[in-house]
Design a protein around this ligand. Structure first.
Ligand SMILES: Nc1ncnc2c1ncn2[C@@H]1O[C@H](COP(=O)(O)OP(=O)(O)OP(=O)(O)O)[C@@H](O)[C@H]1O
Length: 243
């Protein structure tokens, strides 16, 4: 559904992405990992049409995307960042905001928002002000706000990294179930390879702005890889063997 071919990105003259070719198929959950500064967030922003590549071809459902991205396509994409960036209003209004902008009728908005608040276990917080939430609750609101839009593609950039271990664990459990029971196509960036093993079926490893390896995350972990990939995966191999 989303194809990126030979993407080059040099925002300040320095090449950040160097010839990345990435294909996202309908319904798959793809992990995007790699060392700090390898270009993961940059690639995510380009795939989500938040940045334009310096060179390369992007197509969405077969339609070539150049210049200004049509609103109808932008609206098929949702992005969740590490910081929830919630609006200064209630939880309900935060989750409803995107539907209001799209002109979804009130009764349908009510049903859809209630459904996603329930699925993320936060319906009891509906009337609470978003800025009074804990980090875990706020990230649940941020995810509900993305899912309520029923996007074709959901991008998640480090959604758990600001959460403590037990908060993260309960969110991972709920998100894992939601991803299994919806047909959403998603890309997840995480520094924690355990999240990637748990949530994704295919993983892309970026090193220095290039795809250094890709495949099933378990197979990547247990097979021989080029040195740059070994270096990134070794600590995970060791820590996962111990646990
Ligand atoms: N708009 C920009 N202009 C210039 N350089 C940028 C821009 N955005 C990112 N970079 C640079 O691109 C490189 C890759 O950044 P990016 O955030 O994509 O990496 P990352 O793999 O997501 O890193 P991390 O794991 O630390 O979040 C960094 O050196 C960063 O400073």
């Amino acid at each position: 559904m989303l194809n990126a071919q030979n993407i080059l990105w040099k925002p300040g003259g320095k090449p950040i992405l160097q010839g990345v070719t990435f294909r996202l198929k309908n319904g798959e959950i793809v992990g995007l990992v790699g060392p700090n500064g390898s270009g993961k967030s940059s690639l995510l922003k380009i795939l989500a049409f938040l940045e334009s590549p310096t060179q390369g071809i992007l197509t969405f459902h077969g339609q070539s995307i150049t210049g200004k991205v049509p609103l109808s396509i932008r609206r098929k994409i949702a992005v969740v960042f590490q910081e929830p960036l919630l609006l200064n209003t209630t939880v309900f209004e935060n989750v409803a905001a995107g539907l209001k902008i799209r002109g979804v009728p009130k009764p349908e908005t009510q049903l859809r928002v209630e459904n996603w608040l329930t699925r993320f276990g936060i319906s009891h917080l509906a009337k609470q002000h978003a800025h009074s939430l804990s980090g875990g609750e706020a990230q649940r609101v941020s995810l509900a706000r993305a899912f309520v839009l029923e996007p074709s593609v959901l991008f998640m950039d480090e959604p758990f990294s600001a959460l403590d271990v037990s908060t993260k664990e309960s969110l991972l459990e709920d998100l894992s179930l939601i991803l299994k029971t919806t047909s959403v196509t998603a890309v997840l960036i995480s520094h924690d390879f355990r999240d990637i093993l748990r949530l994704t079926q295919r993983t892309v490893i970026l090193v220095d702005g290039k795809i250094a390896a890709e495949g099933n995350p378990y197979q990547l972990l247990h097979s021989a890889q080029p040195d740059s990939v070994q270096q990134f995966l070794s600590p995970w191999r060791i820590s996962l063997m111990r646990s």
